[in-house]
Design a protein around this ligand. Structure first.
Ligand SMILES: [Zn+2]
Length: 284
């Protein structure tokens, strides 16, 4: 029987993303502040209306700075997963610093939820050659930072040897489940206007056009996959604006009308692992 899962995921960066880029003026901070203040309560209410459980990747900085708002996400039944303590990309850190971030982020999550995170998503979606090994060492079940597939979770590799003048040699598959993501189903590149001294990212796309793309990604999965998971990535400070909230609700309805099963990422991972086990049993 075909089954098409949708994971709605939220990177609850609040002000941590701006701080990690050195953007600490009151104006930058206010941009991030919109997330916990206005965006998150709207999202929580929307998912209550449709009875949908979602996944929130929450930096430790957000948990410690906005404890009440983080608690509200948990109290509404959503999964809390790891997104660093600061919002620094792992690729800017040494192996020891990367591990410290994992440990400190988990300490904040344990304080909030009573247990360590099962899932991790890298700020900026850039992992280091150490990341997978560290995830396994610290008990993570899944990561959601790579783009090697769209509808099918897979097992993350460790130990790839990638050198400019040689053919790539791929490392071994690990037990870590990868829940793939992509910029095309992420609200940030479509919507967030960012101007720095040297760059402008226009963003501010018409939400109806983005909705059409996002619904079509679901319809393609429905047409071509017997079983699959489609992950959408949003940020409360970006998706929480009026016209984008309307788009998100239309997305939920369009997917639901076409048979989508909405679930938190940890539950989709569990279903994937169960299918893999059954599949290998059947092969015997
Ligand atoms: Zn983030």
């Amino acid at each position: 029987m075909p089954r098409h899962i949708v994971c709605l995921t939220f990177d609850f960066d609040a002000i941590s993303g701006f701080i990690s880029r050195g953007q600490t003026s009151p104006s930058w901070i206010s941009r991030g502040e919109f997330g916990p203040k206005a965006g998150a309560p709207r999202l929580i209410a929307l998912f209550r209306k449709y009875g949908i459980r979602t996944t929130w990747f929450v930096p430790g900085h957000t948990i410690e700075t906005y404890p009440r708002e983080s608690e509200a996400v948990l109290a509404a039944g959503h999964e809390i997963a790891h997104h660093g303590w600061t919002h620094r990309p792992p690729t800017t850190m040494t192996r020891d610093e990367e591990e410290e971030e994992l440990v400190r982020g988990n300490e904040s999550i344990v304080k909030l939820t009573g247990r360590k995170a099962r899932g991790y998503r890298s700020p900026t979606w850039d992992l280091t050659p150490h990341s997978v090994e560290l995830f396994l060492k610290h008990g993570f079940v899944y990561d959601s930072s790579l783009m090697g597939d769209d509808y099918l979770p897979y097992h993350a590799r460790q130990g790839d040897a990638i050198e400019l003048l040689k053919p790539a040699v791929f490392g071994r598959e690990t037990p870590l489940v990868e829940m793939p993501i992509h910029w095309c189903v992420d609200d940030s590149p479509h919507f967030e206007f960012v101007r720095t001294e040297t760059t402008v990212r226009q963003g501010l796309m018409n939400a109806t056009g983005v909705l059409e793309n996002w619904v079509n990604d679901f319809l393609y999965m429905r047409e071509h996959c017997e079983w699959g998971v489609l992950t959408y990535t949003c940020h409360p400070f970006i998706i929480g604006r009026g016209h984008r909230m309307m788009m998100l609700e239309k997305l939920i309805r369009a997917c639901a009308d076409n048979g989508a099963v909405f679930m938190a990422m940890e539950d989709a991972v569990a279903e994937f692992r169960e299918r893999m086990t059954k599949g290998s049993d059947e092969e015997r």
